[in-house]
Design a protein around this ligand. Sequence first.
Ligand code: APR
Length: 246
Amino acid sequence: MKIDHRLVKILQHAQSVTVLTGAGVSAESGIPTFRDAQTGMWATFNPEELASPEGFQRNPRLVWEWYAWRRELVQQAQPNPGHVALAELERRVPRFTLITQNVDGLHQRAGSQNVIELHGNIGRVTCSAEGTQVHEWATSDDTVPPRCPNCGAFLRPDVVWFGEMLPREALQAAWAAAEMCDLFLSVGTSGVVEPAASLPRAARHAGATVAVINLDVPEQNQPPLFSIHARSGEWLPALVRAAWPT
Ligand code: APR
């Protein structure tokens, strides 16, 4: 795969790189995206019922079981070459921040360290009343979702649902990373949900080169803006190879 040599040069000289990822990066690990017209999660399931506080209130069992199914899917999945390339990029670049909207933890499993999780992590569980993280709980068929061992409220996945606030510290760190980078990559996200739409713009305003990589955008390479129609599992490793040939 051919990578634009101007982008390669910018990466080689960058002191600070920030990457924003979305579901597209995990698609090649077999985890469905959200907005694909055929196979996307929200084409098959109703987000209002499954990923909102109101949906949880209406049918907590359904929501818990749906997340349990997704957790299983994620546990069986493996990081793909796109995840691995991002971990490699972190080792190569002086300052590197990975902002992700994914809740699957695959970036960390691939070796990424400086990861800002904007939408939480499906592997963690919190108390729906206290908001505290819970590590152990009793399970039985009659109590689904399980109850908080401290206060008895339902447990829930530690993810951000529709209508909920994003974690403040993560959001602040994401803005700072967007505004201080030389190169910003937006990979595998449709950019429909905030702040994914605004972060690349903030980076651009602050003077960074911005490249958007997904399967929606038409090819357009006009520095400082690049939009690249490619699969992240192919493009990201090709970028790293082009910048640091071994
Ligand atoms: N490589 C690169 N991009 C891909 C690939 C791939 N192999 N497969 C799909 N894509 C792109 C699609 O072209 C699309 O632009 O990934 C994007 C996926 O978009 P969405 O399904 O909207 O996922 P995302 O942007 O992560 O959604 C953001 O919305 O529903 C909420 O909380 C959910 O975190 C999610 C947020």
